[in-house]
Design a protein around this ligand. Structure first.
Ligand code: ADP
Length: 520
């Protein structure tokens, strides 16, 4: 990395002055502008290795230091990109949207406070899932986390990018209850009941009085979250359910049409995720153990892999959480409904408090093993996610899968897909596994991704989250009434952040002076 990337309008000299101002305010040990730092804060799974490099990073460890850094950023009109722990693999890792921005790394802020009666954790951004898990274990607190497939990251960071877990608290962002935020102009605000001096209900009632703003700071660039209350699930008395495998791609329809109603009526309260065979196999084996043929895997190879590991084309883990008596009654319904759609394999699971526990996402145990899928092709691996939102409708889910699978074949990619249930929707996460050492395949990813976005758009499906490269593309698909939502977002942006210093380009929201940076 020869040249230091600079934001528009910056000279190396001006950047040097800004760096010195950060050093004076925070101390040189919290300012990182070496080549190795720029590399450390780059996107490890980048499709285009030249995009999104920061000019450097700073690591404030208090609200006052954040405010001091924000003041400097305003003085120099220097874009800052806040991250909590920066493990957002597949969506940009720690890197900023706009090259030359300075990453504000909050991973040094690791304070945890806990209300053991209500199960409310008050967290700073640097608290990772492992930190919080250790804290609960050490203090013998009977509460469970809701962990994502890569739990290396921050609890707040995940909720702020709408990451999901698998327990009844799987939609993590819904369990935020009151934030503390440094605004782009440096003011400190608390949302919800936190606005009421001394209220004991900050972490209990999410709305406060008047407009409720928590979600305004989620997937946005309107503020730097310095603290958040999160509800944790009380440890249930029992767990019952089953791991189920289905044999054919077409079985997706019946799975969605059976699980969807159970989810909507509340018999199933968790967020189950239907995953295809490669989601399971990519952490157990690598492609070269099966074939050296380029192009998407043939059905023969897929069958051989499935046979070896005894996995279905699709699999799903279903669990009931709560009182044992209730779970036993609900299990009968689950068993009957799932049995009626002819699974290939059912592995019942049950647990009662006091017994040895299943250490997986089902029990909110932090994990990183799903990252192993980056090794599927060999070489320098990675993945990006294409993730449209669908209704809980079997025909529509199957059609979306078939369309997507056909595109994967057309572009010679092995298909890894999943369908995660919310209360009324599905998030269809498709992992595009990459090998950065395969130049020929890497050159196709951009066109492939854009084709998938266009297919989804044509069917009315928008993405829930996307990689830095595609934030403008996805924002453009949210186009009702001449992109009225984007205009609202940017009116708010310009009011709150007149100098456009905070995360320009995040979620396709650009401040007025950088509007020219919007990409096709
Ligand atoms: P994780 O470490 O959990 O993977 P990240 O720190 O990578 O999470 O955060 C994901 C995204 O969420 C970031 O790229 C950033 O846009 C946003 N974000 C994270 N932390 C904050 C924060 N404290 N304030 C505002 N936005 C944040």
């Amino acid at each position: 990395m020869a040249d230091i990337p600079l934001p528009p309008g910056f000279t190396a000299q001006k950047m040097d002055q800004a760096r010195k101002a950060f050093e004076a305010a925070l101390g040189a040990d919290k300012v990182f502008f070496e080549d190795i730092d720029r590399l450390g804060y780059s996107d490890k799974f980048a499709i285009d290795d030249d995009a999104h490099h920061p000019s450097g990073a700073i690591g404030p460890t208090s609200v006052e230091e954040i405010q001091a850094a924000v003041k400097i950023a305003n003085q120099y009109r220097l874009p800052l990109w806040p991250i909590s722990r920066g493990k957002n693999f597949g969506y940009g890792t720690a890197a900023p949207e706009l090259a030359g921005s300075v990453v504000m790394d909050l991973s040094g802020m690791k304070k945890i406070e806990f209300d053991p009666v209500n199960g409310v954790a008050t967290l700073e951004p640097g608290v990772g899932f492992y930190d919080l898990y250790d804290y609960l274990q050490k203090n013998d607190l009977p509460f469970w986390l809701s962990t994502p497939g890569n739990s290396w990251g921050s609890v707040i960071g995940n909720a702020l990018d709408r990451g999901v877990g698998y327990t009844p608290y799987g939609e993590n962002t819904k369990f935020l209850c009151g934030l503390e935020v440094v605004l782009p102009t440096g003011e400190l605000v608390r949302t919800g009941m936190g606005a009421f001096e001394g209220a004991p209900t900050w972490g209990l009632y999410p709305f406060g009085f008047g407009p409720a703003w928590d979600q305004m700071f989620v997937q946005s660039n309107f503020g730097i979250v310095t603290k958040a209350n999160m509800w944790l699930m009380p440890e249930p008395e029992s767990l019952m359910g089953m791991d189920v495998e289905f044999d054919r791609p077409e079985d997706l329809k019946a799975m969605v049409d059976t699980i969807g109603p159970l989810r909507r009526e509340g018999l199933l309260r968790q967020s189950p995720s239907i995953g295809n065979w490669l989601r399971a196999a990519s952490i157990l084996t690598t492609r070269d153990e099966w074939t050296d043929k380029p192009g998407a895997l043939s059905d023969d190879v897929i069958d051989a892999i499935r046979k070896k590991f005894n996995i279905g084309w699709w699999g799903v883990s279903l669990r009931l959480y709560g009182r044992e008596d209730m779970n036993k009654a609900a299990y009968k319904v689950l068993e009957r409904e799932i049995g009626a759609i002819k699974p290939m394999l059912v592995k019942p699971a049950s647990w009662v408090k006091g017994q040895p526990i299943e250490r997986s996402a089902i029990t909110g145990t932090p994990m990183t093993f799903p990252l192993q899928n980056a090794n599927w092709y060999g070489g320098r691996g990675g993945h990006i996610g294409f993730s449209p939102i669908l209704p809980q409708d079997g025909d529509k889910a199957l059609a979306q899968f078939q369309r997507t699978y056909a595109r994967y074949k057309e572009y010679g990619m092995d298909y890894q897909g999943s369908f995660a249930f919310g209360e009324r929707h599905l998030i269809n996460v498709n992992a595009m596994i990459i090998d950065k050492d395969n130049a020929e395949k890497m050159a196709k990813i951009d066109t492939f991704f854009r084709a998938l976005v266009a297919d989804a758009k044509a069917n009315g499906y928008g993405e829930y989250r996307t990689h830095l490269d595609y934030m403008d593309l996805v924002a453009r698909t949210y186009d009702w009434n001449d992109n009225a939502l984007r205009k609202l977002n940017e009116t708010v942006k310009n009011a709150l952040d007149p100098n456009g210093i905070l995360a320009p380009g995040k979620s396709g929201i650009w401040p007025k002076d950088l509007a020219g940076e919007r990409k096709q």
